[in-house]
Design a protein around this ligand. Structure first.
Ligand code: ADP
Length: 419
């Protein structure tokens, strides 16, 4: 063989390795291996067999003209050359199959083919035999050479990597399908459960609020407790349902002209009794302007409510909370500042994640599900706004969000933040 021919062969082998790294698609890669294998070893055909349940070999890749006939054929491991190669993880070269007792004649019968000589090598990945690569009928009745064997073994090692990639891909696909399925189940459960819980809860809240108003007895504290806790339950259910709506893509922003000043006043009003009881000072500087934007008042109120609620929850008696709303170029900016327990730096980057809580759920002193901030974040981001937190542990926290003034700007901002 001339040097030129040798270089050409190496180039063909190199091409196969390039194909291997270029694509995750198994079938075209295996076909390219078959054509290079038969071309470089001067064989009539080549094929790849894969082991199934450690009991039999099945054709994983054959030339197109044998595809239909060999698709369902299985080759017994105990009584075939390929089976011997697979079991012993060693190559085999059979110059004349007529004199070879291990030869399995079933394949020739089905494919209407006549096998005269075989060269077969194991396909091994990290010590595990996956199958067999073989070439059949060296042309001109010639014998397979040492060089042919090296070529086939080189190709088999590439096939091993491709088959392993294929296996991993199918595991990944299965796992992704499973996760999708579980996610759908979770979503359905949340939708059904939150819907089913809302109706009785609405009745409990309605009737207990009514009773609290009409009954002026020593049972007032008990009624207060019922109303307060039913409200808490409602908030939890609303937060879960809100998150799920966003995830399922059914949440939308109903834009109207909204005064952020008014939204903030209403939210703060709702907390007046609570801060009084906890002896926390809640002050606001909402400026003089109405701070008009195009947005969804109830979603913005939910976001601000969750921030103020946390500020109260994570402040001790005697603490101070400031809510500041102001216009900055292109945006309205709202900050909720407290001098409460603060957030450790290591947690600060994760507090907006769903279900993330700084204290462990089992040992925590405070209630909550770790959903308040993630809900606030999606509510603000749905408006094309942004939310962030600054905090020093032991000193306090500052949560700020900005909302674009008009909806055109909001859509543009949403695209930028999403990308
Ligand atoms: P939760 O509903 O459990 O409070 P959030 O999503 O609202 O969950 O908040 C996540 C975590 O961030 C809280 O568990 C708390 O540890 C921390 N956090 C949020 N706001 C504050 C705050 N103002 N001060 C201190 N820690 C806070």
């Amino acid at each position: 063989m001339s040097d030129n021919e040798r270089i050409q062969r190496l180039e063909r082998l190199l091409e196969v390795s390039r194909n291997l790294s270029a694509s995750l698609d198994l079938e075209p890669f295996l076909q390219s291996v078959l054509s290079v294998a038969s071309e470089l070893t001067n064989s009539e055909v080549a094929s790849i067999l894969e082991v199934k349940d450690d009991e039999q070999l099945r054709f994983l890749a054959v030339p197109w003209f044998h595809r239909e006939s060999l698709q369902t054929v299985s080759v017994p491991i105990e009584t075939s050359v390929a089976g011997w190669v697979y079991r012993n993880a060693k190559p085999a070269v059979v110059a004349d199959v007529a004199a070879e007792p291990r030869h399995f004649k079933g394949v020739d019968r089905v494919a209407q083919f006549e096998t005269r000589s075989i060269m077969a090598v194991p396909i091994v990945y990290k010590g595990e035999a996956l199958g067999v690569l073989e070439t059949v009928n060296k042309v001109n009745q010639a014998n397979y050479t040492e060089e042919d064997l090296i070529i086939l073994e080189t190709l088999a090692s590439q096939v091993a990597v491709a088959m392993q990639n294929g296996r991993l891909m199918s595991h990944v696909r299965k796992a992704v399908d499973e996760v999708d399925h579980l996610d759908r189940m979770k979503s359905d459960f949340i939708a059904v459960a939150s819907h089913e819980l809302r109706t009785p809860l609405g009745l409990i809240l309605g009737h207990s609020t009514f009773l609290r108003e009409v009954i002026q007895t020593e049972y007032q504290p008990q009624l207060d407790t019922i109303v307060r806790n039913a409200m808490r339950l409602k908030e939890i259910i609303d937060n879960i349902a809100n998150m799920d709506n966003v995830e399922r893509g059914v949440a939308s922003v109903r834009r109207r002209t909204v005064s952020i000043r008014k939204v903030a006043q209403e939210v703060l009003e709702n907390f007046s009794a609570e801060v009084q009881k906890k002896r926390i000072s809640l002050q606001a500087d909402l400026g003089k302007d109405e701070l008009m934007i195009e947005g969804d008042a109830s979603k913005i109120a939910t976001a601000l409510t969750n921030l103020v609620k946390n500020a109260i929850l994570f402040s001790d008696a005697g603490g101070h909370i400031f809510v500041i709303a102001e216009q900055i170029p292109g945006y309205v900016k709202v900050s909720v500042i407290d001098d409460g327990i603060g957030i450790p730096t290591k947690d600060l980057g994760r507090i907006f994640e769903r279900f993330y809580q700084v204290e462990s759920h089992l040992t925590r002193k405070h209630g909550g599900m770790g959903l308040g901030l993630s809900v606030a974040k999606v509510m603000i981001e749905m408006h094309g706004g942004r939310i962030w937190a600054e905090s020093v542990e032991g000193k306090g926290s500052n949560f700020t969000f900005i909302l674009p003034l008009d909806s055109g700007q909001a859509d543009a901002a949403k695209r930028v933040f999403a990308s």
